[in-house]
Ligand binder design. Structure first.
Ligand code: ADP
Length: 542
């Protein structure tokens, strides 16, 4: 027997409709690319998104067309997403921090037909356009007054373009499994791979993400996503926030400590999300200039492992709860979040911090396991680590054009490429990326754990650990550090600091200081580049 409930396809247009109908005047506040703060609300965002949809359709775009955006987090970018999805076209977020050659490759792979671009990135699009044959039109996210001269033949100012529509338009209806969005993984090894979200996965992901043990967002939240919409589906926040009716505050192009502090305080932000680097910048700003965060309740931190000192600073000094999260572009992106279950509710001090340093447990809708190389499931004992595998309705089942098929097995488990352990209460801890783990004498050393301890040293600004070949042990760890400004730590200082905090046989064989550690476009340590840099380095123990 079939259920007798209504067919109500999970389309993303329903999310913005809900926000506009039930929370019409809730504010969407942005720092504009032009400079001033801009204030709108969900009713107006829907109104303008309908105009975008109407114009796109009139100009011949439709189901399945890839429409790129290269933009900061602002109300305009949000409108574009909903306008594009509303006709069954696909928003394709471009990360402007990638190399131009990579961007050209990605745009050609996706066959983008149109791009919405912020003023900041117009020169980049001008350089890319001749290399992307599919690209027909460029819409610059600004008004006539700020529209610069451009040699692009088909460029228009967004606000002028919008004047051509009255918004009398109905969202298109289609199957909920239709593609809604696209985002490429950064491809630190090999070519980038396209991840294709569906309307259904986006809607389910948002329902999953708002729960109390996840992002914990409601209509009374004031949410500041600092994570850009072009990173890993913007952590789903462009959908989750309107779905709950929360106020949305967006940073535009400014993510430095002072600008973030201004938004947090002036807009009374209660919940915010970004990678650890952003929080380190904010904390440095607060240390230097003083300040309090009286409204801030929750800081969601993911993308890379969150150093203990960041968790401590927010919780002990500023009274905001840190939620350490792990996810991937392939997972829409949320995988796990570190809320405190009753099993750990009694913990305090270092014991509690040790739990908060894990990436937490999955919400309903994400299944995970850790396996050995023969695909045998490993015990949940909080120490046996292996390959982390996941599945769920908002997890990729394949990449665009079937790249990387080997990462998906017959039972739909996706191999994340991360190495992790899970404890008895289900808390997962990433110990490494499979390709970064250091194999010393047949045992694995977690580079991330050593890095996390090393950045706890007061004179160390950033740390990275890589494995170098060793005649006896196969590989041994080298610790690469950037000194804090004005500080002069020595190798002995740093090793002394690590002593007792990590296993003896994990102790790096050497410490070197560099001016800069190479980063990926998403701000993560580029271990491949670091390994290249130190390829000929000989460890003193070798
Ligand atoms: P890329 O693979 O290009 O870096 P993603 O943004 O999809 O793009 O990154 C996902 C990866 O980031 C994960 O597989 C994991 O290695 C790492 N990661 C994300 N969050 C965390 C975290 N909280 N702690 C440690 N690593 C993390």
């Amino acid at each position: 027997m079939r259920g007798l409930m209504q067919d109500w396809p999970l389309l993303c247009s329903k999310v913005i409709d809900h926000a506009a109908n039930e929370h019409p005047l809730r504010e969407v506040v942005s720092r504009s690319v032009e400079g001033p703060m801009h204030r709108t609300n969900y009713r107006e965002v829907r109104g303008r998104a309908l105009k975008i949809a109407q114009l796109l359709e009139r100009e011949g775009y439709g189901l399945g067309d890839r429409i790129a955006t290269m933009a900061w987090n602002t109300w305009r970018h949000l409108e574009c997403w909903y306008g594009i999805m509303g006709i069954g076209a696909i928003y394709h977020t471009l990360n402007p921090r990638l190399f131009p050659e990579q961007l050209a490759w990605i745009m050609n792979d996706a066959e983008d037909k149109l791009v919405f671009v912020d003023l900041t990135f117009l020169p980049l699009i001008e350089a890319l356009a001749p290399k992307v044959a599919s690209l027909k039109k460029v819409i610059v996210l600004t008004d006539a007054q700020h529209m610069p001269e451009t040699k692009l033949p088909n460029a228009v100012a967004y606000e002028e373009w919008l004047k051509g529509a009255d918004g009398d338009f109905a969202w298109k209806e289609f199957d909920e499994n239709t593609a809604a969005g696209m985002c490429y993984t950064s491809g630190t090894t090999g070519n980038p791979k396209g991840v294709v979200y569906s309307h259904r996965s986006n809607v389910l992901h948002s329902m999953i993400a708002q729960a109390p043990d996840a992002m914990n967002i409601s209509s009374s939240s004031r949410m500041l996503p600092i994570v850009p919409l072009f990173h890993a589906n913007g952590w789903g926040i462009a959908l989750t926030t309107p779905m709950t009716g929360a106020t949305l505050v967006m940073p535009g192009p400014k993510m430095d400590g002072a600008s973030v502090y201004q938004l947090l305080t002036e807009e009374r932000v209660t919940c915010t999300a970004a990678v650890p680097t952003v929080w380190l910048m904010l904390l440095q700003h607060l240390e230097a200039h003083g300040g309090e965060l009286p409204d801030l309740e929750r800081v969601i931190i993911g993308g890379s492992a969150c150093p203990r000192r960041v968790i401590e600073a927010f919780q002990n000094r500023y009274g905001a709860q840190v939620v350490h999260a792990w996810g991937m572009t392939e997972m829409s992106p949320l995988g796990t979040l570190c809320a405190i279950k009753p099993e750990y509710a009694g913990l305090t001090g270092d014991d509690l911090l040790a739990v908060e340093e894990t990436q937490g447990f999955p919400p309903f809708g994400v299944e995970m396991k850790v396996t050995d190389d023969e695909n045998r499931t490993l015990p949940r004992d909080g120490k046996t680590f292996g390959r982390l595998k996941v599945r769920g309705p908002a997890v990729a089942k394949a990449y665009y054009k079937d790249q990387g098929a080997e990462l998906f097995d017959d039972e739909r488990w996706f191999d994340t490429g991360d190495v992790a352990h899970i404890d008895q209460h289900g808390y997962m801890k990433i110990t490494d990326r499979a390709k970064d783990v250091i194999k010393s004498g047949g045992e694995w050393i977690s580079s991330i754990e050593i890095e996390n301890v090393a950045v706890g040293h007061p004179d160390v600004a950033e740390a990275a650990v890589i494995g170098l070949s060793h005649p006896k042990w196969d590989e041994r760890p080298l610790l690469v550090c950037v000194k804090r400004e004005g500080r002069e730590p020595t190798k002995e200082d740093v090793l002394g600091f690590l002593n007792g905090k990590i296993a003896k046989w994990w102790m790096p064989d050497d410490v070197v200081f560099v001016d800069e550690i190479p980063h990926t476009a998403a701000g993560k340590i580029r271990k491949t580049a670091l390994r290249d840099e130190f390829r000929d380095y000989v460890l003193p123990t070798a």
